[in-house]
Structures are given as C-alpha cells and as structure tokens.
Design a protein around this ligand. Sequence first.
Ligand code: TRP
Length: 364
Amino acid sequence: MGKVILTGDRPTGRLHVGHYVGSLRRRVELQNEGDYDRMYVFMADVQALTDNADNPEKIRQNIIEVALDYLAAGLDPEKCTLFIQSQIPELSELTTYLMNLITVSRVQRNPTVKTEIKMRNFEANIPLGFFCYPVSQAADITLFKANIVPAGEDQEPMLEVTRELVNRFNNTYGPVLVEPSIMLPPEGACRRLPGIDGKAKMSKSLGNCIYLSETADEVWQKVRSMYTDPEHVNLNDPGHVEGNMVFTYLDAFSTDQDFADFWPEYKNLDELKDHYRRGGLGDMKCKKFLNKVLNRTLEPMRERRHEFEKDIPEVYNILKKGTESAREVAACTIDEVRHAMRIDYFNDAELIAEQAERFASKQQ
Ligand code: TRP
C-alpha cells in the first residue's frame, strides 16, 4: 500500500511560529523528502464554521492568509495538493454515511471535543455540527485514503474515532477505507510552543503570538519583550532556562550552525544554557541571538510571501487547481463507497435486471 499523507488547519487566523515548529516545518520536510505517493494539505473551513457559524467572513478572510502562510513556508503545489474543504461536496456525503456508524455517546467521550466544549462555554447549547466534527474529520482523512496524518497530540482522539469508523465501515460494507495513523511532531519544545509571555498557549486574543507574516521589526519588538527569568535581575545572578521563553524558543529553533554563524563563543545551546545558569550572561544578548535565529527561518518566508502577494488571483488559482485534483480522488472513493453500500443504483445492472425480472414475472 502506498503512502498518502494528509493534514489540515482551520482557517481562523494567520499562522504563527507555534504552527511552524509544531507542524508546518515537518510538512515541508516531508514534502521535500518526497517519500510518499500523494500529499494533501487543506484548509478545514467547514470545520472552522462549526464554531463560527455567525462569522463566515472571518473564515473567508483567513483562507488567503493561511494559503500565503503555506506557500511562504515552502509548501509547493507541484508536490503537495492544497485544497479547500468546503469545495469538496463528497466530504459531506461521506460524513453522512459515517454518522450512522457511531453513537452519540462515543462522540461525547472524545476528550478533545470535551475540552473544546468547555473552552467555548457551549455546555447545553452545543451546535450539532460542532458535535459531529470528529466524524467529518474522519471523512476528511478516509475520503483520500490517507494513512499518515501529521498532527498534534490533541488530534489523537480524532484518529481513534477515524480508525473505529474505518473498521466499522469495512466490516459492514466491505474493504474500502484505510486506517490512518497519526504522525506526532518531534519531542520537546516543539509540541506546544508557549506564547512570548510564557503563557501556555499562543493565542490571538492574548496577543502573545509571533506570526509568520510579521516584519523583521515586529518580530524584534516581540522578542525584546519576551518573558525570561524574573529572578535574573542583575547580570551576575544565576539564571533559569526552564520557563524562560528565550530558551524555550531557542530549543525549538536553534541549530549548532546558528551558533557557528552568529555566536561562535558557544558551540551549542547546552553551552549557552550553562553560562546563563552560572550567571554573567545578559538577557539582551540572548534575545539578539534568538532574533537572528528566528530571522534565518522567517526572512526567506517573507520573501516568498512577498512574491505570492504580487499575484493574489494566482494564489486562488493554485487552490482551485488543487481542489479540482483532490475532487477527482474524492469522486473515485465515493464511487467505491456507494458501490460497497450498494446504493449505486444506476450503475447496478444486476439490480436493474433483478427487479425487471421480478416485476416481469408479476405481469404474467
Ligand atoms: N482538527 C484540525 C485542527 O483543528 C484540522 C483538521 C480538520 C484536520 N480535518 C483534519 C487535521 C484532518 C488533520 C486531518 O487543526
């Protein structure tokens, strides 16, 4: 069996450096390693609407932002199919069939859904579409027969639901769908990069994100204001690197090459951390280094973004072409699904002949 990689994002805002180290960087590597048969990255606008029903404009605006972030990060439409979820009606169809193969209580047990319901204060007023999104996500994955889904830990419950639905579908109707497994990001600081204020989550409302599309100056202002170690007051005080955002970000971004190029006094991050812990190393020096490290990644992205921004209609065209090619695959799977479920009436010569005979015999 071939390798089919698929993953997506809800287009509810611009992507930030947390998205980059958590998933985008790995996607671009996977794409460039080329060890797969097909690779899809899509914008889950239908899923985004499940908790933004009254604000479709937000989604509409962010499609292009996320598309530019993808292209800037190095996703290449020649190698990887980029598409928009809502433009693949086969997804809704498969979702409908899958909904019959799972119970309400099974969805209720999904820990990610539970947390999100709390976070959004839905309580007794959970939109039904929101409640069902794990099933729709199973359709996203199975319609393309993806077997590898790069995603964060929080998506594991969705993958569990997907595998259960694949088994139930295949046992009930025949082997059509493929069981996927999750590909988690590498260990360490990358799994969940905190905000620049040291709060656990990067979020737009907390204003603690560094966006991929920010200018070098905006990034420097944010790096300068980063939360470090409140006990590291005087230069010679010993410092803490745990919970210190400068070091957390260096964990996620810096390489030995960065030290060789920008700060050859240290061979690697361990040496820098040792010095910081001993005392005698100022925050500002570390921040300046982090800024260089970040810029090494962000500057080429800015340049690529700038190029794509010159021809926005072409970016929509890239999405349109990707969506068309995704739809071809979607249509094939839906044909197989309908055939397995035996609801492909018009293609079912046997059914038509059988019924013709049954009714013919009645006539005599
Ligand atoms: N739930 C994912 C998120 O919130 C987005 C998503 C939708 C997704 N469908 C998917 C991710 C299928 C991987 C595979 O980011």
